[in-house]
Design a protein around this ligand. Structure first.
Ligand SMILES: CC(C)(COP(=O)(O)OP(=O)(O)OC[C@H]1O[C@@H](n2cnc3c(N)ncnc32)[C@H](O)[C@@H]1OP(=O)(O)O)[C@@H](O)C(=O)NCCC(=O)NCCS
Length: 185
């Protein structure tokens, strides 16, 4: 299926938040208490919380729309290492952009939608001189890890990520978008 990946607009926030609430649990490890997951969703994935990215410089919220108009995926990009400054030392290339969120409706997993979203992220970032993408995903999120491996991301290390007061271990990945020299900062 071909999807249109474009910057999100205010009128889409309720639909994005609905998709986010349905898909965030899929990225969580099996033992994580539901209350912790719900707390994270309430704090970070409400329409208001998602909408705050629309007018924040360096933040880019994208939606993937199916031909019928349904939002079937979304992504959130954060310039640099703002997503988690503690990971800065693991990220080899600059300028870099953090893929804070990349979520596809489970009805479209395995369909190529996620690849199209990532391709559009890459196209947009490469077009403005970004040298790498980086992200972090739970160590137990085998589907996402397999996906990022296939898409050319390399493991850089781990980080600790708080979900509703519970510490989780994420694997940190980076994808080099071009023939670039590593930086030393
Ligand atoms: C991560 C995500 C965007 C990837 O999109 P996708 O359409 O599912 O990805 P693909 O199907 O192309 O690739 C997933 C791979 O994992 C494999 N896989 C699925 N379940 C698996 C499992 N339990 N163990 C190992 N591999 C698994 C699939 O077979 C596929 O590999 P293959 O193409 O070699 O067969 C999507 O799964 C998603 O939105 N997941 C929920 C939210 C999430 O985890 N987001 C990432 C947070 S950082």
């Amino acid at each position: 299926m071909i999807v249109r990946v474009e910057p999100a607009v205010v009128s889409e926030l309720d639909s994005i938040a609905d998709l986010a609430a349905r898909t965030f649990p899929l990225a969580c490890p099996p033992g994580l208490p539901r209350e912790a997951v719900d707390s994270f969703i309430a704090q970070h994935l409400s329409p208001v919380a998602l909408g705050s990215h629309l007018d924040t410089p360096g933040h880019e919220l994208l939606t993937a729309r199916a031909p019928g108009g349904d939002i079937v995926g979304y992504a959130l990009l954060l310039d640099g290492t703002e997503m988690d400054p503690t990971c800065a030392g693991q990220i080899l290339h600059r300028p870099t952009v953090g893929v804070s969120k990349l979520y596809v409706d489970p009805r479209h997993h395995g369909s190529g939608v996620a690849v199209l979203v990532l391709d559009e992220i890459t196209r947009r970032c490469s077009g403005r001189g970004v040298r790498s993408l980086w992200l972090a995903t739970n160590v137990a999120n085998v589907r996402a890890r397999r996906f990022y491996d296939k898409q050319g991301f390399a493991e850089r290390g781990v980080r600790t990520f708080d979900v509703g007061g519970v510490s989780n271990t994420d694997v940190v990945y980076e994808k080099d978008l071009g023939a670039t020299a590593p930086v030393s900062d």
